[in-house]
Design a protein around this ligand. Structure first.
Ligand SMILES: Cc1cc2nc3c(=O)[nH]c(=O)nc-3n(C[C@H](O)[C@H](O)[C@H](O)COP(=O)(O)OP(=O)(O)OC[C@H]3O[C@@H](n4cnc5c(N)ncnc54)[C@H](O)[C@@H]3O)c2cc1C
Ligand SMILES: NC(=O)c1ccc[n+]([C@@H]2O[C@H](COP(=O)([O-])OP(=O)(O)OC[C@H]3O[C@@H](n4cnc5c(N)ncnc54)[C@H](OP(=O)(O)O)[C@@H]3O)[C@@H](O)[C@H]2O)c1
Length: 273
């Protein structure tokens, strides 16, 4: 008998459910908001608009702390970008806000979510409505070429408290027009519609109020109200906004969709509260 025959069969190492990824860059927008990017693992695939678990190892050898994060990059990008809140006593973001380039973060291997083009039926206009960090999935969907081949017009609505919270404003008004892949389409088909609730601004107030008053449609030169034959909507952000907007959309005859049964609008709670 050989030594090999006597050795116990090797036990395959249990694959970790997380990637360990190097932070490439960090950008702080305000003392409440920041963005960062990691290198994309070669075997990681996702659909634009999906979310994934992001985290840090536990302190003092404890369990890792993980939270759901929308991927703010399109499905084809080599970097994976994230747009994050800083919750002062939040188990994850009190620490995550301190990361710097070269640090390691954990990322789950299974992206998922409903804010994907697959969950919507055909339409002419795509409304991407978000509050706060609920803008993150629109950074992904708005950079996906399929968005522009499916929809003639794409409207990104971002409602925040203060003008300084309008992260990515320069990107949506200028930077995206220089994107080598979708720059021309964005210039022709994309409209950015920011609103600010607690400071003076040219389009003040909650997006929900501007829908109800008809102001958003007048500003964009569109007929008043949503049309189930033409309008498709994605919602992301605070629970209150999603609930209210979802109910509003139903009054116009739009039906909620899912991956299993595509519909006229889809939603994701970017945070609980
Ligand atoms: C599907 C999904 C996608 C998400 N995508 C993002 C994302 O792209 N970016 C992001 O910053 N967060 C996102 N979140 C929220 C995220 O999972 C965490 O809650 C957040 O990172 C804070 O983690 P924490 O451990 O520091 O605090 P937590 O204990 O998770 O949260 C503490 C409290 O802070 C508030 N809060 C948490 N997150 C937010 C937020 N994003 N905006 C406003 N208030 C918040 C809530 O009141 C919450 O109860 C998402 C959540 C879900 C369910
Ligand atoms: N961002 C800041 O400047 C700031 C400052 C201090 C503390 N914080 C803390 O940070 C956390 C997250 O704040 P956030 O500003 O990112 O998120 P948020 O409180 O959900 O507000 C984001 C935007 O969503 C709007 N909104 C809320 N409910 C809505 C609804 N039903 N329909 C339509 N719009 C709605 C808000 O308008 P309204 O302003 O009308 O509510 C605000 O403009 C909170 O816990 C907050 O206490 C944030």
């Amino acid at each position: 008998m050989t030594d090999t025959a006597l050795s116990p069969a090797p036990v395959p190492a249990k694959a970790s459910p997380f990637y360990q990824l190097e932070v490439l860059w960090v950008r702080h927008w305000t003392d409440q908001l920041f963005s960062f990017a990691v290198a994309r693992p070669e075997d990681f695939r996702f659909r634009s608009g999906e979310f994934v678990m992001i985290g840090l190892p536990g302190e003092d050898g404890g369990k890792p702390v993980l939270r759901a994060y929308s991927i703010a990059s399109p499905h084809w990008d080599e970097q994976l970008e994230f747009f994050s809140i800083k919750v002062p006593d939040g188990p994850l973001t009190s620490r995550l806000q301190k990361i710097v380039a070269g640090d390691t973060v954990l990322m789950g291997k299974k992206p998922t979510g409903t804010l994907v083009l697959d969950a919507l039926t055909g339409g002419e206009r795509l409304w991407l409505i978000g509050t706060g960090t609920g803008l993150a999935p629109w950074l992904s969907v708005a950079r996906d070429p399929e968005t522009y081949s499916r929809f003639g017009r794409v409207i990104v609505c971002h409602t925040v408290r203060s003008v300084a919270d309008l992260a990515y404003r320069d990107f949506f008004t200028q930077g995206i027009h220089d994107d080598p892949l979708i720059g021309d389409e964005a210039r022709a088909q994309l409209t950015y519609y920011p609103t600010v609730t607690r400071e003076a601004f040219e389009t003040p107030g909650r997006i929900t109020d501007r829908i109800k008053s008809g102001a958003v449609f007048a500003d964009l030169g569109l007929p008043d109200g949503f049309d189930p034959a033409r309008d498709r909507v994605m919602l992301c952000g605070s629970m209150a906004m999603i609930k209210e907007t979802g109910e509003l959309l139903e009054t116009y005859g739009l039906k909620e969709g899912s991956n299993a049964e595509p519909g006229d609008y889809v939603l994701e709670r970017a945070f609980v509260g």
